[in-house]
Design a protein around this ligand. Structure first.
Ligand code: ADP
Length: 190
């Protein structure tokens, strides 16, 4: 199973991805987590990404495409994976299509979690309080920026995957359990 979880910051992609990985035994590949690890380790990519991430902007497409294409080459991805936070631009989606095509494989499904902006702001503010601002980009100002970036650069992916017939939308405003059940309903098709 090769799938994408699509949705704005704070939509609950990470929470659901962890549950799906447990259920299906496939890996969660989160570019946000990978980039934060690179920042923490002080690698060349981390140095490039650090300030961009703190501002809530997007790291250049070639950087994240490189990270993901290297990662999905690894043997532990052979059974499939959940992409969480990638792709985030149409150019990234096109690059992913090329990378997968070159390997003779394709995506099975793209699950979009839909959530309205007012609820997202509440969720992220709660997360920022609970984690004590552990993430440099979890504050009200950067959140606003990340939401703007989502609408401008990532939301067009909804149409991109609608056109390819891969898109399924799930109401991300329901409880974690209800969202999980709706995702399971989609996955039962496969
Ligand atoms: P969120 O909590 O908003 O889902 P992530 O953990 O996925 O955030 O990403 C945090 C930050 O990492 C983003 O705001 C962006 O700067 C960078 N990032 C993560 N994935 C990508 C990507 N696919 N393309 C560009 N930048 C990315």
């Amino acid at each position: 199973m090769r799938m994408i979880l699509l949705g704005p910051p704070g939509a609950g992609k990470g929470t659901q991805a962890v549950r799906i990985t447990d259920k299906l035994g496939i890996l969660q590949l989160s570019t946000g987590d990978m980039l934060r690890a690179a920042v923490a380790a002080g690698t060349e990519i981390g140095l490039k990404a650090k300030d961009i991430m703190a501002r809530g902007e997007l790291v250049p497409d070639d950087v994240v495409v490189g990270i993901i294409s290297d990662r999905i080459e690894q043997p532990d991805c052979a059974r499939g994976f959940i992409l969480d936070g990638f792709p985030r631009t149409v150019a990234q989606a096109e690059a992913l299509d090329r990378v997968l095509k070159a390997k003779g494989i394709g995506l099975d499904v793209v699950i979009e979690l839909t959530v309205d902006d007012g609820i997202l702001i509440q969720r992220i503010e709660t997360r920022a309080r609970e984690t004590g601002g552990a993430r440099a980009d979890d504050n009200a100002e950067t959140l606003k920026k990340r939401l703007d970036v989502y609408h401008a650069q990532t939301a067009p992916l909804v149409d991109y995957y609608k056109t390819t017939g891969l898109l399924r939308s799930v109401d991300g405003m329901a409880s974690i359990e209800e969202v999980a059940a709706a995702i399971d309903g989609v996955l039962a098709e496969f």
